[in-house]
Write a protein of this length. Structure first.
Lengths: 487, 101
């Protein structure tokens, strides 16, 4: 498969036109996405127009930027002006935002072409993309299995070779978990490094936008484009973001790698085995690997499933049938709101709103929300302590490989446990990446996770590059696009 | 805090706070599922947090200010074009207070 770096280089040096690149990818999507259902909207006309504008700039000897002519798929909870942005919810069906998310603007500014909007669990709540009002996405390696979630459409689009790059959002693992299940690279940046302006809010203190790609260098390339201060997001860090791409090949010599038992024990044996194999790879490459224990990590999931629904119940109060989206009539304004929300929200979103409202209600606030916020502090302190003896941490991304469609839809708690290895980084705000590393006995991809302190993105890309180079060879996904990927 | 029991009435109260009409079937379903999830979440109670400050947010940000420079707002007509009901350049809603006139 041609990487984004290669595509941009080819477009910039004129060996291929952006129009040709976009036509090839549109053809691949048209041919193969019926089986995957990664996309909710494919922007045939907009993408061709954007590609033609890139080609005009090349002809005028202007440089369109580091992503010149590269098609990028965008999760459908990121606002695109004049293009439907649904969050996979009936309540926003047909809504066209009056502005672009900052990350979408940055894509366009770097010469990228937004080729379509991808499927997700409704409002990013889920771990399988089955909670979409528009039907599930399939895992490119096995059409009867889930792609993970909530950014399952973006992960599957890259995994199936339909696009080289995609954007997702990660609140409790929603980039890293589907990346692991679809055999692609997925990274959650440090909280505050990527603007959330135009990312439709789920849990504002946890949400972060990040890249999906087939290679680690491409993820670094995309991260460098989207990172940076944005005055439109008051939680955006106003300090220089470290560049990642130029250092991806720096290796791991002398690096201290911690292997927390909490991120290895308790996951499926085949997943744990690959994490240990990844540790051996880093050790052979010159790093020092030390087992450690961070007992507080096991409180990450219970704290998360109080804090995230609490924030969600507040954020989603804006869907009231007044300013945008669905309205169901009622005799007064409150009846209208209750009826609109009853019809517009799916089962999981209602469940999370109920959970969050309960946890924030009088009499329970201190016991649940207040206590979970203190546990969040303890988890941050525990990470800080672990990073005294380690530069990065290594662990599993997910407890299992891709599970069957329908296997967990009726058991919310079982579904929530899919996030056990990923939520601690959201609570701490630290960056983490999932890199494909081998497969289980059924040929389903396994991801290993690299975690680092705040603003240490360059380091996790360096470690991920070493792992990528030594990763066991995978068979091609069964739902791969045949027309251009050359897999 | 563990082994929460949540009744249909409790669930109905929460649904009212959240402004969602739920059927009796949904109330029973969510009452059961909330109890299971809250039972798991109650693990946080087993940690000693005496003297621990709560974290609302991972960044050490306090107030964030920007210069008070005027800049264009979103286009009014474009915003209103997405609303379910509009009258005279305003969002139109059903009555909010009192009896119908």
């Amino acid at each position: 498969m041609t990487t984004a770096l290669e595509l941009a280089e080819q477009v910039r040096n004129g060996s291929v036109s952006a129009a040709e690149v976009i036509d090839r990818h549109l053809a691949a999507i048209d041919e193969s996405d019926g089986a995957v259902h990664a996309f909710l909207t494919v922007l045939h006309d907009d993408a061709r127009r954007a590609a033609s504008a890139i080609d005009d700039r090349i002809a005028a000897r202007d440089d369109p930027g580091p992503l010149a002519g590269v098609p990028v798929a965008v999760k459908d909870n990121l606002c695109t002006r004049g293009v439907p942005t649904t969050c996979s919810s009936r309540i926003l069906d047909g809504w066209c935002p009056p502005y672009d998310a900052t990350v979408v603007e940055r894509l366009r500014g770097a010469g990228a072409v937004v080729i379509g909007k991808t499927n997700l669990d409704e409002f990013a709540m889920g771990s399988s993309t089955e909670n979409s009002a528009f039907g599930p996405t399939r895992n490119p390696y096995d059409a009867d299995r889930v792609p993970g979630g909530s950014s399952g459409g973006s992960a599957a689009a890259v995994g199936a070779g339909l696009v080289p790059l995609a954007l997702g959002s990660d609140t409790g693992g929603s980039i890293r978990q589907p990346a692991a299940l679809c055999g692609v690279v997925g990274m959650k940046p440090t909280y505050g490094t990527v603007s959330r302006y135009g990312l439709i809010a789920f849990a504002s203190s946890l949400d972060q936008v990040g890249p999906f790609s087939a290679t680690v260098a491409d993820a670094a390339l995309l991260f460098d484009v989207i990172a940076g201060h944005d005055p439109l997001d008051s939680t955006s860090l106003d300090r220089p973001t470290p560049r990642s791409l130029e250092n991806v090949g720096d290796g791991v010599t002398g690096l201290r790698v911690g292997l927390p038992v909490e991120l290895v024990d308790g996951v499926a044996p085949e997943v744990a085995a690959q994490v240990r194999r990844a540790a051996e790879v880093l050790s052979a490459a010159g790093a020092t690997v030390t087992e450690c224990s961070i007992p507080e990590l096991k409180y990450g999931l219970p704290a998360y499933y109080i804090l995230a629904p609490a924030e969600a119940s507040s954020n989603l109060s804006r869907y009231d049938g007044v300013r945008y989206g669905l309205r169901v009539d009622g005799e007064d304004v409150e009846a209208m709101m209750r009826a609109t929300r009853a019809k517009g929200f799916g089962a999981e979103v209602k469940r999370r709103i109920m959970l969050g409202t309960y946890a924030l209600s009088a009499g329970y606030y201190d016991a649940y929300y207040g206590q979970a916020q203190k546990v969040r502090t303890l988890i941050i302190n525990a990470f800080t302590e672990a990073y005294r003896n380690a530069d990065v941490l290594l662990g599993a991304t997910t407890p299992t490989t891709a599970f069957a469609l329908g296997a967990k839809v009726d058991d919310p708690m079982a579904m929530y446990l899919s996030d056990v290895c990923t939520v601690p980084s959201n609570l701490s705000g630290h960056p983490a990446i999932s890199v494909p590393f081998g497969a289980d006995g059924d040929g389903l991809p396994i991801g290993v996770q690299v975690l680092a302190p705040a603003l240490c993105e360059p380091l996790i890309f360096q470690v991920a590059t070493v792992l990528e180079a030594a990763a066991p060879v995978m068979s091609a996904p069964v739902l791969a696009a045949a027309t251009w990927s050359g897999r | 805090m563990s082994s929460e029991k949540i009744s249909r009435d409790d669930a109905a109260y929460v649904a009212r706070l959240a402004r969602i009409d739920l059927t009796d079937e949904e109330l029973d379903l969510y009452a059961g599922q909330l109890a299971v999830v809250l039972d798991h979440a109650a693990q946080v109670a087993s940690l000693d947090t005496t003297g621990v400050e709560p974290t609302a947010h991972p960044l050490p940000l306090k107030n964030v200010f920007r210069p008070d420079d005027p800049r264009p707002s979103l286009d009014r007509d474009e915003v209103l074009s997405q609303a379910p009901a509009v009258e005279e350049a305003r969002f139109l809603v059903p009555r909010i207070l009192g009896e119908p006139q």
